[in-house]
Design a protein around this ligand. Structure first.
Ligand SMILES: Nc1ncnc2c1ncn2[C@@H]1O[C@H](COP(=O)(O)OP(=O)(O)OP(=O)(O)O)[C@@H](O)[C@H]1O
Length: 277
């Protein structure tokens, strides 16, 4: 039987005096599923992510994660428990990393909050996690500014998975990276999902990226869902004009609605047609 990890029903968010960011949104995410939330800028995607994480309170509607409703005031123990259910990776890891904290300590701090490990066990687990995202002991001693954007995003992912969450929300997590680094991070996320049965809510405006990482997708416009379904089908045969327009707006030569299945990185040669979905 499918285990539902995230259930959002009738979500609505109104900012200030009547700016409706999300309106009547419902969706579920099953264990191991990767759901993409797609839409143009201002369609309400980040607001959805922030509500899932409890960073914004819905004006109406309900969210439950791992079968427990997310509402009301929380104690610090409850916040820790919730953090183990759902974690988030942001677009710009630099702004979410302490510039003065070494990378190894970033991961250790996350571990210390959630697991009763000795200092030695923590260090060893931190190195294991960095290794899992393709970083080495050498990176553990570095500061965020000494890493590339892609490496910083790996740190952000390692920090999030250190907590062993059931659900990972990724808000434009590869948008700031160049195409080959994007491909590496997407492959890494696919590996993590196949190893751990973690679920993803992958927020993106980039339909090619969405096609590589998600099973199902919802397309949002002005806070509402305009179309939803299996990602592959939705991108191959969009039913709604809005989705078609989003697809047509992808500004790349050689754009073909064909899924890349071999996990290979896109061509590094800008003149050749880019093999995408
Ligand atoms: N804190 C806020 N206060 C007031 N309005 C907000 C706030 N955050 C978002 N909005 C508005 O809500 C709407 C949805 O914004 P949101 O950031 O969720 O969209 P988005 O799809 O994530 O866009 P982008 O991809 O540009 O980040 C926009 O009209 C935005 O101006």
């Amino acid at each position: 039987m499918t285990e539902i990890l995230v259930r959002a029903e009738g979500l609505r968010k109104v900012y200030g005096k009547g700016s409706v960011a999300v309106d009547g949104l419902s969706f579920t995410v099953a264990r191991g599923e990767s759901l993409a939330v797609v839409g143009e800028s201002g369609s309400g995607k980040t607001t959805v992510a922030r509500m899932l994480l409890g960073l914004e309170t819905p004006t109406a509607g309900t969210i439950s994660v791992c079968g427990r409703p997310r509402k009301g005031r929380t104690t610090s123990a409850e916040r820790r428990r919730r953090a183990r259910e759902i974690q988030m990776v942001f677009q710009d890891p630099y702004s979410s990393l302490d510039p003065l904290q070494r990378i190894g300590d970033v991961i250790e701090t996350s571990l210390a909050l959630h697991f009763p490990l000795s200092a030695r066990q923590r260090r060893s687990r931190a190195l294991e996690l960095l290794d899992a995202v393709g970083l080495t002991d050498r990176h553990a001693t570095m500061l965020p500014r000494q890493l590339s954007g892609g490496q910083r995003q790996r740190v952000a992912i390692a920090r999030a998975i250190a907590v062993e969450p059931q659900v990972l929300v990724l808000d434009e997590a590869v948008a700031a990276l160049d195409v080959s680094v994007q491909a590496q991070i997407l492959n890494l996320l696919a590996d993590i999902r196949s190893r751990s049965r973690i679920s993803y809510v992958f927020i993106s405006h980039d339909l090619a990226v969405v096609n590589q990482i998600s099973d199902t997708a919802i397309v949002m416009s002005a806070g509402r869902v305009v179309e939803r379904g299996p990602t592959r089908q939705l991108l191959r045969a969009p039913q709604e004009q809005y989705t078609r327009a989003l697809l047509e707006a992808v500004p790349r030569p050689g754009w073909k609605p064909r899924r890349r299945t071999d996990g290979s990185p896109p061509s590094p040669h800008p003149t050749s047609p880019r093999p995408r979905i």
